[in-house]
Design a protein around this ligand. Structure first.
Ligand SMILES: Cc1cc2nc3c(=O)[nH]c(=O)nc-3n(C[C@H](O)[C@H](O)[C@H](O)COP(=O)(O)OP(=O)(O)OC[C@H]3O[C@@H](n4cnc5c(N)ncnc54)[C@H](O)[C@@H]3O)c2cc1C
Length: 405
């Protein structure tokens, strides 16, 4: 497909070249949108293994699981003004070819390309042994299967202490499940990552709604027992339930790339890239949860977060199409549990001190500051939308000052 007579952007993609995006999720959609916004005239194809149009995932553990939102609320593209893109759904990418550049899919097609962007996201991790009623929560089909089972007489066990697990727990409690038990590795979920005050506040928030916490121990397995499921913890404790939701993290969806064309992180399997998303292989780029950019590998940026996928997609599409990439923002994440919105911004993982600067852990009205060597590097609020917004805005201004200076 490459024709040397064509005009090229700096990154080597001909201005009317074919951009092939693998993964019709958040990052894939935003790469396509960014390329079009930057004026790319050539064809853009997006390959996805799901049958749904590209959609946003955060509501899957919140409003979609509760039934308050439908699929139409999650769809990323604007039906009034759809992107000029060819979508291929329902066929998984199975092989990446560097020469000729392109991707083979499970329906036997070969899609040739002038540039390939890998944006296949992540897949939910599972326990080594699962029962018949063990669910994960990564895509619409998972959420639909679970939604129909989370009804009033069900006892629910949740494995995991991250925000996804806790959001699922909150939604099940709000739907009136007979019981909700969270089996997290920590007594105060999230304390190791976000500090003791946040872990304590999160636990209290759930306990006030009747959620139980199993003794802190890693979950080992789930087995079918008469009348339900039994979750077995590493310390020997067991939790009886009708449904088990396994929310123990996710791993990059890169199994189809294990043929050696690209460098993958030996531990996580993520596609290794520089901070523009370039893999080092001519014409091949990656973004989102399947990728590990250089600043993520060095611990400066988080992985597996919505804002990170969108920012990477913007930087990557700008780099591909010769536009000026926007500088990275301070990292940001949010979670919604009951009527509480938890928002965190900044370099929280680098803090050596955590201080409660307003509110209290008992009231779920909390503002926490993260410091490193005495300087504030991050902030986290429970229902503190204004303060977090102001902090992020100030940091943006400061970042711009630094760039100008
Ligand atoms: C339930 C849930 C709730 C979340 N809530 C929050 C939140 O509140 N805040 C926050 O910051 N982040 C949240 N996240 C994280 C955020 O949604 C992800 O970081 C984001 O979706 C990553 O985007 P992505 O495009 O890399 O991956 P995805 O959105 O997962 O898209 C990848 C797509 O590629 C497809 N694919 C995979 N393999 C192949 C293949 N071989 N061939 C073709 N297609 C393939 C997948 O099926 C998927 O459609 C949540 C995630 C989940 C699952």
């Amino acid at each position: 497909m490459l024709d040397s007579s064509m005009t090229m952007y700096g990154a080597g993609l001909p201005v009317d070249g074919h951009l092939l995006i693998v993964g019709a999720g958040l990052a894939g959609y935003h790469v396509a949108r960014g390329a079009r916004a930057n004026g790319h005239q050539g064809p853009i194809t997006v390959l996805g293994d799901e049958l749904h149009p590209a959609y946003d995932r955060p509501a899957l553990s919140k409003a979609f699981l509760s039934g308050a939102a439908g699929i139409e609320h999650l769809v990323l593209d604007d039906p009034e003004n759809p992107l000029d893109v060819t979508w291929f759904g329902g066929a998984a990418a199975e092989r990446l070819s560097a020469e000729p550049l392109g991707v083979e899919t499970s329906d036997g097609r070969f899609h040739d390309a002038d540039a390939v962007v890998i944006a296949t996201g992540a897949q939910a991790s599972r326990l080594p042994l699962s029962g018949q009623a063990t669910f994960v929560l990564r895509n619409i089909d998972d959420a639909l299967a679970l939604r129909s089972r989370v009804v009033e007489d069900q006892r629910i066990a949740i494995v995991g202490g991250g925000f996804l697990a806790l959001e699922a727990g909150a939604t099940c409690a709000e739907r009136g499940a007979a019981s909700v038990t969270v089996a997290a590795g920590e007594h105060h979920p999230g304390a190791a990552r976000l500090g003791a005050p946040v872990g304590e506040a999160v636990r209290l928030l759930h306990e006030r709604r009747g959620v139980h916490f199993a003794p802190p121990s890693r979950a080992a397995s789930v087995r079918d027992v008469p009348g339900g499921q039994e979750l077995v913890l590493a310390d020997g404790h067991t939790v009886e339930a009708d449904i088990v939701i396994c929310a123990i993290g996710a791993t990059p969806a890169t199994a189809w790339l294990r043929d050696g064309v690209l460098s993958l992180d030996p531990t996580s399997g993520a596609v290794l890239c520089d901070d523009t998303g370039f893999t080092g292989m001519p014409g091949i780029w990656a973004a989102g949860d399947c990728a590990q950019w250089a600043s993520q590998a060095s611990g400066l940026r988080p992985v597996g977060q919505w804002q990170e996928a969108v920012e990477q997609a913007g930087i990557l599409s700008a780099s591909l199409t010769g536009a000026a990439p926007a500088p990275f923002q301070e990292p940001y994440f949010w979670s919604e549990q009951y009527d509480v919105k938890i928002q965190g911004a900044g370099r929280i993982s680098q803090a050596d001190e955590v201080r409660v600067i307003d509110g209290s852990i008992e009231t779920a009205d909390l503002l926490v500051s993260y410091l490193r060597e005495g300087a504030e590097v991050g902030i986290l609020g429970f229902n503190r939308l204004r303060e977090v917004k102001r902090w992020r805005k100030q940091r943006q201004v400061r970042a711009a000052d630094v760039l100008v200076a």
